[in-house]
Design a protein around this ligand. Structure first.
Ligand code: UD1
Length: 363
């Protein structure tokens, strides 16, 4: 039967790639790749497909950017006829972006089984659009695959029937393990942007509305990067949203040595940068997990995380947005090394095979 694998935004591609490969190897399923077009810039898209060996999408809904309501509604309108034309379909969604809830909702209304990969993560912060997407998607999913054991408790508290929930590990780490050998060396990525390689560098990524939309908050965070830059250069690939906010706030002059601004970088380059960084500062969800898998110290510039295992077992520390706290934590890592972490259970490169084995037995 057809398994419509939905991708919309950058963090989806590395989750779908290993699942798509495992489904292709199964005789029971025919994977169909549906790209909603939520992210559309070549650097947010094409580079990732090439790096991950993902085939061209079978369908592209080309929704583009808009308000949350318009973007979600457009995905729904355009996905419904695609789903109705599929053969005994199942819809598989990953993560927590607007495309995830939009396609899950269309499927649930048509009585089509919904599979949610990376279910049960909770920040318990409903001001995050992703939290709303997570809670709602889990409520209407028929099969829920989790990355950490704690997620099952979150789902149980929300009344999700435990028989639908399976702990399988982390598909994003499947991608990491498969691709690490092919990572583009950090020196090459930095040189391509016109800089010579600093031996020791920090890596920063910021894109959450809570960090970049308010010019005062953004300015304080850029100041922090400059202060850390006094100790070692800070490589800073910019998400389109962040670049736009920096320009609108007239803060472009802050993006200068020892802060090295880059455009959005592809998957193999970011793996190379992450694995060689002395320290990573981020507000991303995926990077918290990838640094834990790589054993690289990570400071998360948020007040909460939906991925507590990266704190309890991994190399991640939550530091919020207060400059004094961020700098103290950064200098602690640089002076004394970061937390020693361990690799969480089932983050072993085989999560996608477990998912497909379970799908074969229950669908
Ligand atoms: C989305 C996800 C977020 C994820 C992030 C990773 C939701 C609610 N949020 O946030 O969970 O961490 O992707 O990147 O789905 N833009 C471009 N080119 C693009 C894509 C976006 O210029 O290819 C611009 C848009 O015009 C918009 C901004 O970036 O101004 C935000 O894009 P959008 O997809 O709405 O949300 P993200 O902030 O990227």
């Amino acid at each position: 039967r057809d398994v419509l694998c939905v991708v919309g935004a950058r963090p989806n591609y590395m989750k779908i790639a290993p699942i798509h490969a495992s489904l292709t190897a199964s005789s029971r399923f025919r994977p169909r790749l549906v790209h909603t077009g939520q992210h559309y810039d070549p650097e947010m898209n094409d580079a990732f497909f090439a790096d991950l060996g993902l085939p061209r999408p079978d369908v592209n809904l080309e929704v583009g950017s808009a308000s949350h309501a318009v973007q979600t509604a457009e995905v729904m309108k355009r996905f419904e006829p695609v789903l109705m034309a599929a053969h005994r379909p199942v819809v598989l969604v990953v993560g927590d972006v607007n495309s995830t809830i939009a396609c899950a909702l269309v499927a649930a209304k048509l009585g089509v089984p919904v599979i949610h990969v990376e279910a049960g993560l909770r920040s318990y912060d409903r001001t995050m659009p992703e939290e709303i997407n997570r809670v709602l998607t889990d409520q209407i999913s028929d099969l829920l695959f989790t990355t950490e054991r704690q997620a099952a408790g979150n789902l149980a508290r929300e009344g999700v029937d435990g028989s639908k929930v399976h702990f399988v590990g982390n598909v994003m780490i499947d991608s990491l393990r498969r691709n690490l050998e092919r990572a583009v060396p950090a020196a090459q990525t930095i040189a391509a942007c016109g800089h010579t390689i600093p031996e020791r560098f920090a890596l920063a990524t910021l894109h959450r509305p809570s960090n970049v939309d308010d010019p005062m908050v953004l300015e304080r965070l850029l100041d922090c990067l400059a202060r850390i830059g006094e100790r070692l250069p800070v490589v800073f690939p910019l998400h389109p949203r962040t670049r736009a906010r920096v320009e609108a706030a007239e803060l472009s002059h802050r993006l200068q040595w020892p802060v090295l601004p880059l455009g959005p970088v592809g998957y193999l380059p970011i793996l190379g940068l992450m694995s060689k960084a002395a320290l990573v500062l981020t507000d991303s969800g995926g990077i918290q997990e990838e640094t834990t898998a790589l054993g690289v110290p990570c400071l998360t510039l948020r007040d909460n995380t939906e991925r507590p295992i990266t704190i309890d077992q991994g190399t991640n520390t939550l530091v919020g947005r207060d400059p004094a706290r961020i700098l103290a934590a950064a200098f602690e890592v640089l002076d004394n090394g970061g937390k020693a972490g361990k690799i969480p259970e089932y983050w072993d490169g085989h999560a996608s095979d477990r998912i497909v084995a379970i799908m074969e037995s229950v669908l």
